[in-house]
Ligand binder design. Structure first.
Ligand SMILES: *[C@@H]1O[C@H](CO)[C@@H](O)[C@H](O)[C@H]1NC(C)=O
Ligand SMILES: *[C@@H]1O[C@H](CO)[C@@H](O)[C@H](O)[C@H]1NC(C)=O
Ligand SMILES: *[C@@H]1O[C@H](CO)[C@@H](O)[C@H](O)[C@H]1NC(C)=O
Ligand SMILES: *[C@@H]1O[C@H](CO)[C@@H](O)[C@H](O)[C@H]1NC(C)=O
Length: 378
């Protein structure tokens, strides 16, 4: 036990400052106040950069990479939105995957990342893409809502309006969203590629070459998947309209370009997850730095089936997961429990029932016990 703790500590120290660009997802749990008054008790240290400034805390406690902390200091007013984006990414991923063996629960352990999110798997591809999409989305919306100093609504679209509407309202500013997401996420990953290249310069036949190259390739794949996430945001923008006129007659219609609910984008990206392509190290190596190597989500390592627990692979197993006996979907007991069978449990709930209205204004209910059967993977 002690040995294990020691190994983990060493690994932690080694990798903590290796910039994993999705560590910022840990901000989903943060209660930091992104305001300048919170650092005023720290005089003399540059108001935004003291160790106790929110950005310093975010770097130490929430695993922000160095470049991200820097951006935090220069654009602190964007940070509440970054935090919202972390929540949005985690919620969307968990909702989209809730009925599957891999259910995206590992996104909640950030800044500690389990191997399913570091080995360049298909799941990692999804998480990178959804994170980059969520950040782009949140920033685009924040611009439109007027809460950011650096951006405003998107300008009027180039295409002419047709005869029954005019451009107006306030479009989501995808342009700025993309710009910010690139700086916040991609720059960390690019820095990883550069650092790794520098380190192996002149050591082409080094024994270590293999492991270092892998890190560089993973960064390249992450960068690619980030781009896929941002592209899906660009492609999802749609014309939204509002009617004006006497009693809803829609005499005047104004339209703008806006984004659909994030869940829709998560679902679209799920299709990309299903069609993700495995690529070899050599393919990635040959295409490193090229901006457009594929339209698909890409991964380097095959995923386990996530049926049984395997800490080394980041598989939590499905023992104890609730399943559905009457369906053939991914959450069916047959699929979710991987053929191990399931337990039937009876769940008792207390519910209000037989409610009656009295006079005009109040309701009286009884309390009923209801029993439902639930099924759990063995
Ligand atoms: C600023 O931060 C402090 C905590 O340091 C907090 O008490 C205060 O409510 C924050 N102000 C705003 C406007 O969020
Ligand atoms: C997701 O899967 C994990 C591991 O199998 C499990 O502990 C957790 O309860 C699941 N979450 C949901 C919402 O089903
Ligand atoms: C199980 O799946 C069926 C068919 O999709 C659905 O009608 C039912 O509500 C589900 N049961 C539970 C407990 O979710
Ligand atoms: C579910 O799958 C089984 C086996 O493939 C099949 O026999 C059954 O008809 C399917 N049921 C439904 C409702 O699709």
């Amino acid at each position: 036990m002690k040995d294990r703790l020691f190994v983990w500590t060493i690994l932690f120290l080694l990798f903590w400052h290796e910039g994993f660009s999705i560590r910022w997802l840990s901000l989903q749990h943060s209660t930091l106040h992104w305001n300048l008054s919170s650092v005023s008790n720290n005089p003399g240290r540059g108001i935004r950069s003291g160790a106790r400034s929110p950005c310093g805390v975010a770097r130490r406690r929430y695993g922000l990479a160095k470049l991200q902390a820097k951006l935090c200091r220069s654009t602190m007013e964007a940070m509440p939105h970054v935090q919202k984006a972390a929540v949005l990414a985690a919620d969307t991923c968990q909702t989209v995957f809730k009925d599957r063996r891999w259910n995206c629960s590992s996104i909640t352990t950030a800044p500690y990342l389990t191997p399913d999110l570091t080995r360049a798997t298909r799941e990692q591809a999804y998480v990178y893409a959804i994170s980059s999409a969520a950040l782009t989305y949140t920033m685009a919306r924040a611009c439109a809502s007027g809460t950011l100093y650096h951006c405003t609504c998107a300008g009027k679209p180039d295409e002419p309006p047709n005869s029954n509407f005019q451009w107006g309202g306030c479009g989501d500013n995808i342009h700025w969203g993309v710009y910010f997401a690139k700086r916040f996420i991609d720059n960390v990953e690019k820095n990883n590629v550069d650092k790794s290249r520098k380190r192996r310069k002149g050591y082409e036949y080094d024994e270590d070459r293999k492991s270092k190259l892998v890190r560089e390739e993973i960064a390249a794949v992450n960068l690619h998947n980030n781009r896929v996430g941002r592209r899906i945001i660009r492609e999802s923008i749609q014309t939204q309209c509002k009617c004006h006129g006497v009693s809803g007659s829609c005499n005047v219609k104004t339209c703008w370009k806006g984004l659909p609910p994030m869940f829709e984008i998560g679902r679209k990206l799920m299709k990309q997850y299903t069609n993700a392509k495995e690529v070899s190290r050599y393919y990635v190596e040959g295409n490193l730095g090229k901006t457009r190597i594929s339209d698909h989500l890409l991964y380097l390592s095959k995923s386990p089936d996530y049926c049984t627990k395997d800490v080394k692979l980041g598989s939590f197993g499905t023992v104890g997961r609730k399943c559905n006996v009457t369906t053939n979907e991914t959450n069916s007991c047959r699929q979710l429990c991987c053929g191990r069978g399931y337990r039937t449990l009876v769940e008792e709930k207390l519910e209000r029932c037989h409610c009656k209205y009295y006079n005009c204004c109040y309701v009286k209910c009884k309390i009923c016990r209801t029993k439902t059967q639930i099924y759990e993977c063995g």
